[in-house]
Design a protein around this ligand. Sequence first.
Ligand SMILES: Cc1cc2nc3c(=O)[nH]c(=O)nc-3n(C[C@H](O)[C@H](O)[C@H](O)COP(=O)(O)OP(=O)(O)OC[C@H]3O[C@@H](n4cnc5c(N)ncnc54)[C@H](O)[C@@H]3O)c2cc1C
Length: 535
Amino acid sequence: MSTPLALDRTRRVLAALETPIARAVAAARARDIDEQQVAVARLADLATKLRAAQDLAAYAATAGGIQTDYAGVFAGHVASEIAKLVRDNAAEHGLDASDMPGEEVQAFAREALAEERVRAIGRAVAQAKGRNDAPLDEMLVLARDAARDFTESEVAPNAERIHRHDELVSEEFLQKMAELGYFGLSVPEQYGGVEMGNVAMCITTEELSRGSLAAAGSLITRPEILTKALIAGGTEEQKLEWLPKIAAGELMVGISVTEPDIGSDVAGVKCRAERAIVDGEPGWTITGPKAWCTFAGRADILALLARTDPDMKKGNRGLTLFIVPKPRFLGHDFECTQPGGGKLSGKADATPGYRGMHSFTLNFERWFVPTDNVVGGDDGIGKGFYLQMGGFSAGRLQTAGRACGVAQAALEKTAEYVTDRIQFGKPLIDFQLTQYKLGWMAVQIAAARAMTYSAAAAMDEDERKASSYAAQAKLLACDVAVEVTQTGQLLHGGWGYAEEYPISRYVVDAQVLPIFEGVKPILQLRVVGKALLGT
Ligand SMILES: Cc1cc2nc3c(=O)[nH]c(=O)nc-3n(C[C@H](O)[C@H](O)[C@H](O)COP(=O)(O)OP(=O)(O)OC[C@H]3O[C@@H](n4cnc5c(N)ncnc54)[C@H](O)[C@@H]3O)c2cc1C
């Protein structure tokens, strides 16, 4: 048996690891990010992992038990990665041999990463069937239990069918989610929501995503993004008009930013909005294509970013956020017209996973939107980019919660499988390598979860200040979801590739997580990297 790692030792090591990271950050400040993209991406990852290790150690200080082991192992992993950075890439980061972690840190890493320690975690996880019973405050446990019960009774029985037949979530299910207040988790009570705070929102998201990413957890991403944009920049009339309907699930939302030719470079959005009077009503007409608009068929309103100033030199200052009403459609394609001549068509793009809402390519032709639907009114013209980005930072936090849920689902199914499956005369979990892999899956999830909850608490304090923290949580948790689901698939052997086993769904679902709301390289460079470097 390995000797337990004392938490104060873990924390001392983590404190020592701050020095080389701080020195690498200081060195990176001397150059433009685009002249050192590889180094900045690496630094963003490592700084994120270090922060996650600190969050996990802080959580372990109150939770105790196996969380202390998780914290030690993850800290050991970060120490080993930082030592590797100094060994292999010192010059690229303005570091030298003196930055190599000292003997105390290296000895800690050796002990922390000792295979028997990780294998013991794997055995404990298998025994607990991978279940997440991490201690939380009473109110948060209630939120977790409620979402878990709902997931078991309403999400799990339908998740496989929706995925395999590429169905749309049912109206009945949306109604049940609405009754539980899940569309109003971030809507203040005065506007009809249940505003539970970001930690409870993440926990609820995590539990729903454990059942299904697209057919449950992701349903609350869209209202979340628009809610935050409205709270930050909507007029009081707009808050009173839209928020209660969003919270009640009366209006389903789609987010329409991406275009066929414009993805990460959001400031280059070309879809245009032009002032117009249609049938005597003043407003705007929207013209141009949009891409990847998830839930656009069923949605009643789209939060759409359009160019209101045709001068492309204005970049992001020429963009405005609109609330665009449209009729509901339940199929994979649709076409509709307005009495004034506006046209809107949509076609869902087939995807290997993330099924349940369908993601559409759209085409707008002089689609009319009333003046009142400019978020922020006249003051909001030219401010759409900032409002959208504010919405995305809340969305990223929620996506970190979604990623934790998918990874957790993979851990549970894998823990069950390796306990039941017999090869060479014994259960897979009796093999050392299986124990190690399962243990490392659990440690990574614990780190992603601790960082997500911690970023959520920071967002409660100050959303603007914590927005890069939320991006870090998304960066880490999405990577963890990809790695954990793939390891889980491997541990299922050939059956992990069969549609019959949900692990195959978790793998294809997880793969989309590092793509949206800032594809991973953009998050590393232009969000986390930029914030680290203070540029
Ligand atoms: C299933 C799904 C659902 C989605 N849902 C929505 C939605 O509801 N609403 C919405 O608006 N969008 C949605 N998206 C779109 C998503 O947000 C975009 O795909 C994402 O922002 C990336 O844009 P892109 O695909 O155009 O990739 P690009 O911007 O073309 O980037 C591709 C790659 O190029 C490289 N790259 C690009 N720029 C740089 C740079 N500056 N430096 C270094 N490398 C760079 C990176 O490796 C990057 O991964 C969805 C996407 C998917 C797949």
